[in-house]
Structures are given as C-alpha cells and as structure tokens.
Design a protein around this ligand. Structure first.
Ligand SMILES: CC(C)(COP(=O)(O)OP(=O)(O)OC[C@H]1O[C@@H](n2cnc3c(N)ncnc32)[C@H](O)[C@@H]1OP(=O)(O)O)[C@@H](O)C(=O)NCCC(=O)NCCS
Length: 129
C-alpha cells in the first residue's frame, strides 16, 4: 500500500463512491488531499485545509472503500495528514467525525467537544510547538 498526495480531480472516481455511501465531500479552497493505493487501485482518501491566520487546520473527508476497510489504511492516511500539519504553524486541528472514525481521532490525542448531530462528533487537538 502507498500513501500519496493527490488532488480532488484525481480522486473523482472514489469520491463518487463516498458520496453514494452518504458522505458529503467538498473541495474546500486550499485543501490538501492524500490517497491510499493498493496494487495501484485507489482505496481511500483524506483531506485537510489550513487557515494560517487563525492558526487552524481542519481535517475533512475521511473515506476508505468498504472492501479495503479494517486493515489499517485509514490509520496510515491519518498519520500522513498529521505529519503534513506538523510542519505547518498551526495551534489547533479541528474535525467532525463519525462513529467509525472517532476511535482513530481519540487514539491520536484528539478530544471530543460535543456532538452536533446524531451522526457527527466534533473533536479538537491542541498542538504544542
Ligand atoms: C472510518 C473509515 C475511514 C476507517 O477506515 P479503515 O481503513 O477501515 O480504518 P483502520 O483499519 O485504519 O482503523 C483505524 C481505526 O479507526 C477506527 N475504526 C475503523 N473502523 C471502525 C468501525 N467500523 N467502527 C468503529 N471504529 C472503527 C478504530 O479506532 C480503528 O483502530 P483499531 O483498528 O485499533 O480499532 C472507514 O470505515 C470509512 O470510510 N467509513 C465510512 C465513512 C466515514 O465514516 N468516514 C469518517 C468521516 S470523518
């Protein structure tokens, strides 16, 4: 499996799958995209955007295709995105996660700040430089 930086355009086919699964996926201006490939096939993606003036990064659009799940692909994508953010000067990372991704956020030190709906829980991570 490989993790690579990608673009919204390159990920179009797998983004369609995520949308069919009920995910809302948007190319927020300034987004960075990472994808996982297994034997050259797109298996999943994550994105984030940085708001430097606010010292903030937002993690978004986390998705792994059903047939590739539960083998650590998301964890690898998650780490690639954290590595990227660690070299940018931000003080806080925010995200809204589902029940399926919450465990991963908590494992990397994010704290829950409450649920905005039945589906989404807001989480934050304060970075110390
Ligand atoms: C969430 C998702 C990206 C996880 O992908 P994955 O590659 O299967 O995840 P991994 O195998 O790397 O697992 C990493 C961690 O995620 C959590 N996790 C993964 N699948 C889970 C599930 N079905 N239920 C609860 N937690 C789950 C666990 O904490 C897991 O760590 P563990 O294996 O030590 O328990 C994938 O299930 C998915 O795309 N779900 C639908 C879309 C979604 O909910 N996206 C999140 C939006 S923020």
């Amino acid at each position: 499996m490989t993790i690579e930086e990608s673009t919204f355009k390159e990920l179009e086919s797998v983004i369609q799958m995520a949308r069919k699964d009920g995910m809302r996926v948007h190319d927020v201006p300034g987004s960075i995209w990472f994808c996982a490939k297994v034997d050259g096939e797109l298996a999943g993606f994550v994105s984030c955007y940085i708001r430097k003036r606010k010292g903030k990064a937002v993690f978004k659009s986390d998705y792994v295709r059903e047939e590739y799940r539960r083998r650590g692909i998301y964890r690898k994508l998650f780490e690639a995105r954290l590595d990227y953010v660690s070299i940018v000067d931000v003080k806080i990372i925010k995200a809204s996660c589902t029940k399926m991704s919450l465990g991963c956020f908590l494992a990397y030190g994010f704290k829950s700040t409450g649920s905005r709906s039945r589906k989404y829980t807001d989480v934050v991570l304060h970075l110390v430089h």
